[in-house]
Structure formats: C-alpha cells, structure tokens
Ligand binder design. Structure first.
Ligand SMILES: C[S@@+](CC[C@H](N)C(=O)[O-])C[C@H]1O[C@@H](n2cnc3c(N)ncnc32)[C@H](O)[C@@H]1O
Length: 159
C-alpha cells in the first residue's frame, strides 16, 4: 500500500527502520511521512517492485498484509519470494481477513466474491493460508485475531 502501517510502526518505535514494497505506481504516492523530506524518511526505504517477481529486501521481520488474495499461483510465488529473501530465523507476519465463522464473515464473503470476479482471486480460510505458508517453507506459529476483521499468522524462516 502507501505505507500507513509502516509509518505508524516507525512512529511508535523510534529505533525501528522499515522498507515499503509495492507496485511502482502505488509507492509513487507513498505516505509523505516516509518520502524524502518527511519526518520518517531517514528510517524508511521505498522499493517499487512486484512481489511475485522478487522481494529484494533484507529484514528481520516481513509484514504481508491483505495481499495474498489473488490466484493461488501468485500467492505461492509471493510466499516463495519472501522465503527466498528472508534470512534463517527471520520472522514473517501475514495479516489477512479470513473466511471463517466469525462476525466478519459477511464482509469477507463480499470481498471474496469481489476478488473472484475481478482478479480470479479469493479470501482464505485459516487452513488454506496455513497450507500455503507451510508449502513455502515457513514455520507457522501463533495465529491470533488483530481485530474483528483481521488475523495475524506469525511465521518464522527455519534455521
Ligand atoms: C488490498 S491492498 C493492501 C494494501 C496494504 N498492504 C494494506 O493492508 O493496507 C493490496 C495491495 O497489494 C498491492 N499489489 C498488488 N499486486 C502486487 C504485486 N504484484 N507486487 C507488489 N504489490 C502488489 C496493491 O498495489 C495494493 O496496494
């Protein structure tokens, strides 16, 4: 996206550095706090790129939020690229809406249909996401709700 999550994290944690990766047209309009002249620019990097091709970022923690919702091959490639970029021991947190039996189901089902019709994609169940992550070689740890709509899957890259 345009880096609102990253900017919030950098504001809250003054010693953290972070990199935003999204498509070129999207990062061109990144949050002004992250861009040259912005108050967080010295701790922020902006990388225009396609996460299905490569994720050229070396980090301790990768946050993948509301992206793994297109066709399965794109999801698989993206997770493989995270796994390829990340050092052993790095953490990967995947944040998604789930097709589950929670009160957010109406919202997720609407998004699921929208994605299917527009990009041939889908929202996931907890099981289908865990299976994609495991296939990519990530070790899935705790899975917990972030709020009424989102779940976070905490993964690590094996040593
Ligand atoms: C639903 S938005 C989520 C944005 C942000 N992560 C958030 O949670 O607010 C999906 C994002 O994925 C980005 N995206 C789509 N295809 C991409 C690709 N191949 N490589 C990198 N980013 C991509 C879109 O530009 C968009 O910003």
């Amino acid at each position: 996206g345009q880096g609102h999550v990253l900017a919030s994290l950098l504001e809250k944690h003054p010693r953290v550095r972070g990199v935003l990766l999204d498509l070129p047209g999207v990062v061109a309009k990144a949050d002004p706090r992250l861009r040259d002249g912005g108050p967080l620019a010295d701790r922020a990097g902006i990388v225009p790129g396609d996460c299905r091709e490569a994720i050229p970022v070396d980090a301790d923690l990768y946050i993948i939020k509301n992206i793994l919702e297109w066709d399965d091959e794109s999801t698989r490639r993206t997770l493989r690229n995270v796994r390829g970029a990340a050092r052993p021991g790095a953490r990967v947190v995947i944040i998604e809406n789930l097709v589950d039996d929670s009160p957010s189901m109406k919202f997720t089902t609407a998004m699921d249909l929208l994605l299917l019709l527009n990009v041939g994609g889908a929202k996931h169940t907890k099981e289908s996401l865990v299976s994609r992550m495991t296939e990519a070689g990530l070790v899935v740890g705790e899975i917990r709700p972030v709020n009424a709509y989102l779940h976070a899957f905490e993964c690590t890259v094996p040593e």
